[in-house]
Design a protein around this ligand. Structure first.
Ligand code: ADP
Ligand code: MG
Length: 174
C-alpha cells in the first residue's frame, strides 16, 4: 500500500518536455494567446534561451492577451533595465522580470519576486539568476533560434502542468 502511493507520487512529480515548432512570430503570438487564459495566481513561467530568442516577445504576448480578454491594453516594455514590470490583470498581478543584470540572488527578495511567485503570475527571463529561489513548480519554456523567424519551444513541466496544458495544446493543430 505504502509503496504504491510512493510510486504514484514519484510519477506525478516527474517532468516531461514537449517540443513545439514556431515558424514565425504569428505562431508565437498564437501560442501565447492560448497559454494566457490557462495561467493562474501562483504560476511561474521560466523563459530561457539566448538573447533575441523571443523571451520578451512571448511574455509580452501573454500579458497583452490577458489584458485584451479584460478589455485592457497597455504598453509592455522590456524589463531589461527596470528588472521588473508589473501589470494588473483582473485581480491577479502579472510580474514580468528580466534578471540578466541581477548579480545576487538576494536581490530577488528585494524585488519582491519571492512573494510574486506565490501570489501573482510570474514571467521570468534569465531565471538561472534565481539560484535556489526558482519555484519548484514552475513551467520552463526554452526558446531556441532555428531560423530567421523560426523558433523551437521546449516546454518542460510536471504532470500537473501537462494536464493543465493538454486542452490548449490539443487545439494547436486545429
Ligand atoms: N517565431 C518568433 N517568435 C518570437 N520572436 C521572433 C520570432 N521570429 C522572429 N522573432 C523576433 O525575434 C526578436 C526576439 O526579441 P526578444 O523577444 O526581445 O528576445 P529575448 O527577450 O529572448 O532576448 C523580436 O524582434 C521578434 O520579432
Ligand atoms: Mg528579453
Amino acid at each position: 500500500m505504502q509503496a504504491t502511493s510512493a510510486a504514484v507520487n514519484v510519477r506525478s512529480m516527474a517532468t516531461r518536455t514537449l517540443t513545439l515548432s514556431l515558424p514565425d512570430t504569428d505562431a508565437t503570438q498564437d501560442l501565447a494567446r492560448r497559454l494566457a487564459p490557462v495561467l493562474a495566481a501562483g504560476d511561474c513561467l521560466l523563459l530561457t534561451g539566448p538573447i533575441g530568442a523571443g523571451k520578451t516577445f512571448l511574455a509580452r504576448a501573454v500579458i497583452q492577451a490577458r489584458q485584451a480578454a479584460l478589455g485592457m491594453a497597455e504598453d509592455v516594455p522590456s524589463p531589461t533595465y527596470t528588472l521588473v514590470q508589473t501589470y494588473e490583470a483582473g485581480g491577479v498581478e502579472i510580474w514580468h522580470a528580466d534578471l540578466y543584470r541581477l548579480t545576487d540572488p538576494a536581490e530577488v527578495i528585494e524585488l519582491g519576486l519571492d512573494e510574486a511567485f506565490d501570489t501573482g503570475i510570474s514571467l521570468i527571463e534569465w531565471p538561472d539568476r534565481l539560484g535556489d529561489l526558482a519555484p519548484p513548480g514552475a513551467l520552463r519554456l526554452e526558446l531556441s533560434v532555428t531560423g530567421d523567424t523560426a523558433r523551437r519551444l521546449d516546454i518542460t513541466g510536471d504532470a500537473t502542468w501537462h494536464a493543465r496544458l493538454a486542452p490548449m495544446l490539443a487545439t494547436l493543430d486545429a
